[in-house]
Unconditional design. Sequence first.
Length: 345
Amino acid sequence: MSSSGARNITQWVKPGDKSGEFKRQTSAFRDRVSNEPGAKFPAEKGRYHLYVSYACPWAHRTLIARKLKGLEDYISYSVVHWHMGEKGWRFPTPEDTDAAGDNVVPDPLHAGFTHLRDLYFSVDKAYAARFTVPVLYDKVAQTIVSNESSEILRMLGNAFDDQLPPDSAGKKLDLYPEDLRKDIDEVGEWTYDLINNGVYKSGFATTQEAYERNVVRLFEALDRVEKHLAEETQGPFYFGDRLTETDIRLFVTLIRFDPVYVQHFKCNLRDIRSGYPATHRWMRNLYWKHAAAFGDTTNFLHIKNHYTKSHTQINPPSITPVGPVPDILPLDEEVPAVAAAAAKN
Ligand SMILES: N[C@@H](CCC(=O)N[C@@H](CS)C(=O)NCC(=O)O)C(=O)O
């Protein structure tokens, strides 16, 4: 794809690709912020800015990590408008009244930039890939450090640790603990492919075969998560009483599942609230009991509007379904059929 947009930005399956399968590009900027001496991008308080979308699950990972680690004063952030048009993500304008949320503001660093692509081109005039969020931007060097969420998540997890107050919750929290690394990596591999990316591969498929292949594999993977969580009696997290990257990576997809993926991406063999009790419990615990990091960074208005009004190849009239109501159930409430079944037992 050329930078001038020779390929339509909303064409998710490459034209001519007979598989009908969505293939996610590899991120282009892969540097890292580090507290090692002489680091190219040193871990300096206030130096970095995150460009995110509340709609985007990949960007959502970084907002959760920023909160959990207590990095609010270390890393600033701003949020693009939920609508993605022909030129990709755009910065909100003061006239936008349909995109409520914290930090939904024009680009705070570059007056005159209208789209996220302007930022990419300001760093690399010849940039020829997709203009994705999240972007971790260095305000001093005026360049992009990384646009790969898994690596930004990892960086936020430890790069600022030696500057955090010794007794702070953020300092004590290790999202990638040594003894769980193998397990986190292993789970991360199949859940990325089959769940995080699986919903997109189901939803963007342009052949029946590609859709069915991916949607079946997605639900097999959800069954596997459900089985693990049902057996995880030490809970409430994926790995017992320890909150890790794995919880963050799964949460961002599963919180979007019932409101968007079930209908918009046709991931409808089951939904979470009626079909996956242990997963539902795990997800609601994060959302409601760890609200500052998980609940408060979730913006259903951006999530629902983005998918349903930007993917016009899937939903040409851009009508956003009203349900499900509510977007997420309170902790102590179940859908009627689940409540009735529980009352019977
Ligand atoms: N591998 C990237 C993927 C990020 C990504 O695909 N973000 C989507 C939003 S959910 C995006 O910005 N898409 C814009 C586009 O592809 O034009 C990451 O994890 O950071």
